[in-house]
Ligand binder design. Structure first.
Ligand code: GDP
Length: 697
């Protein structure tokens, strides 16, 4: 039996620029929803969502977990279940943010009331728009020196969206920040203590009456345009009730037409209860979102699943975590149907059934064993065996493959070596675990040197991995300098012959193929075309050819980087009745690829980052000069409030240590974000040096 009707479930993420107060706000939410009894502050290192030790020390949240709490809003008789999906705030982890955005229905965007919109708020805002996630905004830190709701609100309007409308106003600011005015109810809520427990409803202060009227008018007018009944009332001068406003505003938020803006100070416990109210009032429930799309894994025909317990079961595993007590945990968002403990679910990727032993719901301070997860809900499967992040689990009789979560390839790598030889095996186990939990982290052993190479999304990402090795596994490593994860590709078509033939006495080896390699568009990866006619190569050996090609591409040809963006067409070859084998064809294909790539004018590709720097004007010249010395292509310089914004494309190889460089250049006053934009050819002199260093040809 479901405890909460679907209408009363909220799956939300709290999305923010690092340091805007996501952790503190989550903490306070858990406190007020009664599941947590002590207020822990981030700087004391007790925040509940920050499970991992080094996250605590760094004060950032890296992994995404789901925590459940319950809330009854002020003007409602209903209680809601809120599942909070934790999202990371660091730029290296945008893939994690995207992963969480896939499974949540609504988001709370948090801003620092002093800084307003910061570079990364834009990144996460655009991502949430891409995934059509309805949002509410919370201007936090109103108690800080220099906090201004008006400025922050204007920056949201100017830099993010004109759909932002204030539904609250602050009473006072900085140390005089006392409370919040609810524009819909036209009431003030004044906080009498710093724990936010005693709240007094008061009339709106005289000095704010005019502003309240103006902002309220803006809000109401934005709402009524799409609601004829309310529009008529408005035009007739009739009073629209707060309930009517909330109901209509809810529709507007879900349709993505309005982003309500709230205000408060999580640290000082002001405004958090009203934020919880708004989460329940305005963010979508699982039935407000469109049916999830997928395809039938047998027929590849598109299919969809509607939210509802009577539908066939379908869910997406959005996170694999390893818990010291419970082992492997698979967090799942159930879109349709019901998943029962003790049952089996089908995984279309592995084509196998997965046993669903026990199910657990995570609360702030306890784990609750549950018997079933219903549509629209989020929980974790304990001891999940095969599924990995992005996998679908579904009803074995009604299979569906939901669109998987796509992750960018790692852009940076580093050689590591355990300080003691004995730790080698332990390190391998640890790295496998990390790679499984985090699809943007990869590792491999370099065949030539025996070195272990780890790769990820940025310097910080790999630093965390090294840190975790030490803390969680007691493995200390020596790490090399971070390196760019280059790729190899070809620039012209070639035809090559690949042969592996040994026929001297006894059973021999015979593999022989002709392949054509052609360059593909950037980002297309690999295409294999089988044009064998008349059985010149028997069918059973063709997959071996493809496999041989893939393996050879993985280890690279000219400099040991993966080969990408090529089409391989197998068009001729021969075989031997007795001596041919899969292995022989695989080796023949490997040889063909190696030779083919060398002949097809190979080049190296490098990640080019989209970099945005925000700096006070007086450092603009220095920042641009420095970027130019890093071979940046400056796209634009603009204004953002009192600051200058520079947008540029810069090769990743020039961005190592940029954080430190920028700090010292600008007395720590500038900030930057970067994300992978595209891959482009490495200039030939630099490519030569890289190839020479690798010395593989
Ligand atoms: P996150 O990186 O977004 O998770 O942000 P945190 O919650 O870790 O907060 C970053 C810092 O800002 C911490 O030192 C918090 O104590 C502080 N902070 C968070 N909320 C507030 C607030 O409302 N007012 C003030 N003055 N500081 C805050």
């Amino acid at each position: 039996m479901r405890e909460f009707p679907l209408e009363q479930i909220r799956n939300i993420g709290i999305i923010a620029h690092i340091d805007a107060g996501k952790t503190t706000t989550t903490e306070r939410i858990l406190y007020y929803t009664g599941k947590k009894y002590k207020i822990g502050e981030v700087h004391e290192g007790t925040a509940e969502m920050d499970w991992m030790v080094q996250e605590r020390e760094r004060g950032v949240t890296i992994t995404s977990a789901a925590t459940t709490c319950f809330w009854q809003p002020r003007y409602s008789s209903l209680k809601y279940q809120i599942n909070i999906i934790d999202t990371p705030g660091h730029i290296d982890f945008t893939a994690e943010v995207q992963r969480s955005l896939r499974v949540l229905d609504g988001g709370v965007l948090i801003f620092d009331g002093v800084a307003g919109v910061e570079p990364q708020s834009e990144t996460v805002f655009h991502q949430s728009q891409k995934f059509h996630v309805p949002l509410i905004a919370f201007v936090n830190k109103m108690d800080r020196l220099g906090a201004s709701f008006e400025k922050s609100f204007d920056s949201i309007r100017e830099r993010l969206t004109k759909s932002a409308f204030a539904i609250q106003l602050p009473i006072g600011a900085e140390s005089q920040f006392k409370g919040v005015i609810d524009l819909i109810e036209e009431k003030s809520f004044v906080y009498l203590d710093d724990l936010g427990k005693e709240i007094k409803e008061e009339p709106i202060p005289e000095s704010l009456v005019k502003e309240v009227e103006e902002r309220r008018k803006e809000l109401i007018e934005a709402i009524v345009v799409n609601h004829d009944d309310l529009m008529n009332k408005y035009l007739e001068g009739e009073k629209i009730t707060p309930e009517e406003i909330r109901k209509a505003l809810r529709e507007e938020v879900i349709k993505g037409r309005i982003i309500p803006v709230l205000v408060g100070s999580s640290l000082k416990n002001k405004g958090v209860q009203l934020l919880l109210d708004a989460i329940c009032y305005y963010l979508p429930s699982p039935i407000d979102i469109p049916p999830v799309q997928g395809e039938n894994p047998e027929t590849n025909e598109p299919e969809q699943r509607k939210t509802g317990d009577e539908e066939p079961f379908a869910g997406l595993v959005f996170k694999i975590a390893t818990d010291p007590y419970m082992g492997r945990l698979g967090y799942i968002r159930v879109y349709s149907g019901v998943l029962k403990a003790g049952s089996y679910a089908y995984n279309p990727r592995t084509r196998a059934k997965e046993r669903v032993g026990r199910l657990v719901r995570m609360h702030a301070n306890k784990r609750e064993a549950i018997e079933e997860i219903h549509s629209g809900d989020i929980a974790a499967i304990i001891g999940i065996k095969q599924a990995s992040t992005g996998d679908t689990l579904c009803d074995p009789d009604k299979p569906i493959l939901l669109e998987s979560i796509t992750f960018p390839d790692p852009v940076i790598s580093m050689a590591i070596e355990p300080k003691t030889k004995a730790d080698r095996e332990k390190m391998g186990i640890a790295l496998s675990k990390f790679a499984e939990e985090d699809p943007t982290f990869k590792f491999k052993t370099d065949e030539e040197t025996g070195e272990v190479i780890i790769s990820g999304m940025g310097e910080f990402h790999l630093e965390i991995i090294i840190d975790r090795l030490k803390r969680e596994f007691g493995v200390e490593v020596r790490a090399g300098a971070p390196q760019v994860a280059y790729k190899e590709t070809i620039t012209q078509p070639v035809e090559v012959e690949g042969k592996y033939i040994h026929q001297s006495g006894g059973r021999g080896q015979y593999g022989h193929c002709w392949l054509k390699f052609e360059p593909l568009e950037r980002g297309k990866g690999f295409e294999f075309v089988d044009q064998i006619k008349g059985g010149v190569i028997p069918k059973e050996y063709i997959p071996a050819v493809e496999k041989g090609l893939k393996e050879a591409m993985e280890s690279g040809v000219i400099a040991g980087y993966p080969v990408v963006d090529i089409r391989a067409t197998l068009f001729d070859g021969s075989y031997h009745e007795v001596d041919s084998s899969e292995v022989a064809f695989k080796i023949a294909a490997t040889r063909a690829l190696r030779e083919g790539v060398k002949k097809a004018n190979p080049i190296l590709l490098e990640p080019v980052m989209k970099v945005e720097v925000v700096t006070p004007e007086k450092f603009l010249g220095d920042v641009i000069g420095d970027l130019n010395s890093r071979q940046a292509q400056i796209q634009s310089t603009g204004e953002r409030g009192p600051s200058k914004v520079i947008d540029a494309f810069v090769p990743l190889r020039e961005m190592f240590g940029y954080m430190t460089a920028l700090r010292s250049l600008t007395e720590g006053r500038a900030s930057f974000t970067m994300e992978l934009s595209h891959y482009s050819p490495v200039p030939s002199n630099i490519a030569e040096a890289i190839i020479k260093e690798k010395n593989l040809t």
